[in-house]
Design a protein around this ligand. Structure first.
Ligand SMILES: NC(=O)c1ccc[n+]([C@@H]2O[C@H](COP(=O)([O-])OP(=O)(O)OC[C@H]3O[C@@H](n4cnc5c(N)ncnc54)[C@H](OP(=O)(O)O)[C@@H]3O)[C@@H](O)[C@H]2O)c1
Length: 232
């Protein structure tokens, strides 16, 4: 154990579960959040360290308040916050309903903003780290990906603003290309996932970031599978 506490959102599957694995191996006590509490509990049983699975719906501000209160009461101040949870819906811009558009921004942008704000005092006091899992599409777009890309551009803007306003903490924008997860299945044109990044590989970059001395601020990290065409 290293006496440090980390929070991971969207840890019920995919990249979030692998990020939780790395943090647990590194000795962090974990609070894991997602809507699927049963999957979080199963993961908690497999991980080596102390893990607290908690229900969290990032599209519901009240759920974030409850999550923060439960973490504060059970674990005290936190050192690392991983804003990993994210959703995507992929179709032409004019085909989006108002509800779908708002939902993407509620989870991917507003949820990450509210989570970070809730834990900001802890993170400043403990000179902690925030990892915003955006995407390589936080600086580019693709057809049918409008609101998703826009949400990741927005998350990039929030990452940098949080960093400028809070010099005591380190904010890393983690920007993977396509990863072999449930999410990737929902992207049109993603036929088969051969050649995608593996979630474990992406999670290993967190181990590297955590090991850096405090005087180094890793501000963004872009990684793509070398088996895919470069896209910029
Ligand atoms: N897969 C890719 O190709 C790729 C590439 C670049 C970046 N990313 C980013 O990586 C992150 C993780 O994605 P993934 O590929 O691991 O996707 P995933 O397998 O679909 O997992 C998404 C996670 O987000 C959680 N989540 C979704 N809606 C939520 C809500 N309202 N409240 C709380 N948690 C919610 C899900 O848990 P519940 O359903 O249990 O709530 C799940 O644990 C996302 O931010 C995604 O945008 C993915």
């Amino acid at each position: 154990m290293n006496n440090k506490v980390a929070v991971v959102t969207g840890a019920s599957r995919g990249l979030g579960a692998h990020l939780a694995q790395v943090l647990s191996e590194e000795g962090y006590t974990l609070a894991l959040g997602a809507r699927d509490l049963e999957s979080l509990k199963s993961l908690a049983e497999e991980l080596p360290g102390k893990v607290f699975p908690l229900a969290l719906d990032l599209s519901d501000p009240g759920s974030i308040i409850n999550f923060h209160a439960a973490v504060a009461e059970t674990l005290g101040p936190i050192d690392v916050l991983i804003n990993n949870a994210g959703i995507g819906i992929f179709k032409r811009l004019e085909e989006f309903s108002d509800h779908e558009f708002r939902k993407i921004f509620a989870v991917n942008v507003q949820g990450a903003w509210q989570m970070t704000t809730a834990f900001l005092r802890d993170l400043n006091e403990r000179e902690g780290m925030v990892v915003m899992v955006s995407s390589d599409v936080s600086t580019r777009v693709f057809p049918n990906g409008g609101p998703y890309c826009a949400s990741k551009f927005a998350l990039r803007a929030l990452s940098r603003t949080f960093q400028m306003e809070n010099p005591a903490i380190r904010v890393l924008e983690l920007r993977p290309g396509a990863i072999d997860t449930y999410f990737a299945n929902s992207v049109p044109g993603a036929k088969g996932k051969d050649g995608f990044l593996k979630p474990k590989d992406v999670a290993e970059t967190l181990r590297y970031a955590l090991a850096l001395p405090k005087h180094i601020r890793l501000e963004e990290l872009v990684l793509r599978s070398s088996e895919q065409e470069p896209e910029y």
